[in-house]
Design a protein around this ligand. Sequence first.
Ligand SMILES: *Cc1c(COP(=O)(O)O)cnc(C)c1O
Length: 375
Amino acid sequence: MTRGPGWIEVDVDAIADNIAIVRRELGTTPLCAVVKADAYGHGVDLVLPVLMAAGVDRIGVTGNDEAHRARRLGFRGRILRLRPALREEIEDAASAHVEEWAGGLAHAREIDAAARAIGRRIGVHVSINATGLSRDGVDLHRAGGREEVSAIGGLPGVRPIGVCAHFPCEDEHDVAEGAEEFRAQSAQAVALLGAGADGPLERHCATSYAALTVPASRFDLVRIGAALYGDTSARPGLLKPALRLLSRVAALNVYSAGSTVGYDRMHRTTRTSRLAVVPLGYADGFHRVLGGRAQVLVGGRRATVVDKLAMNTLLVDVTDHPEVQVGDEVVLAGAQGADAITAQDLEAASGQIAADLYTAWGRLLPRRACGAGAA
Ligand SMILES: *Cc1c(COP(=O)(O)O)cnc(C)c1O
């Protein structure tokens, strides 16, 4: 049992099930399982064994730590980086054999320089701006864009292995249009890079949302993150959320009607109220904006966070839940009994995507695995 004020619980069976479901949906399209941001806060050390047991042979990372840990855990498949990396990161990643995301010609030159420093060519996926993210892809509409792609392919330290893009919106129409444009532009890029490539170049642009919503976006590979963890707006109900955020009631007190509650007297009781202290706050990644808005589950029922969150505590009104006692489990995200605080609930309360919250919980709080597959 984890002995902190709060912890996250990762259902490894849910991740295994989600992989199987996504694969069934995809048919024969290969999948790259995305484990960036420490597996979206779920923990590479917990998630990677599940992926390996499922035969996943390709993962996507952002930082080197994820790549090195995957290798230490015995992962022998391909590792693709999903953003442009700094020169030092590229050199440091060489021992893990990371395929780099080439974010334009100037960045590809950094990869080339790193390749010379380590003494061998580095496999790259050349990002193109076909979907209009305008973040790191070469703009093939611009005069000079084609020359840039050719120049990337001509760098001696660069070994082109793919052409990629990333969607700006989770919207079916937007993705469908972007995928069409990617079909045309990736063909151009493949033709421009082909001479420097050892084999056929892989084309890929789909995320979970795109792959599950617009089959025409799948091309040769799909990069699946959110769906593995059961947090995607594509196909509601298809996948199971794998993460819960838990704590316990630390203290319980009764305040008379008309009491003001918490910092800035944000809340005023309208009746005699029973308030539970939960020992988590904004320093634990439960954003302050959730104060007065979020709900939690205690005793299988919903209760509202009434105060403006403190650094390490929050207050829940349990006046209507007389059975609640000190020590009772509180669920701040995920299921308890028949109800669940869903990603949609958190998004409505915070105005942010749920990943903005739970990736921070993963860094800040201890984790434990549950499910039959947990070690
Ligand atoms: C995070 C990421 C993905 C995975 O996206 P999901 O929506 O989580 O499936 C794919 N590609 C890139 C470039 C990413 O950064």
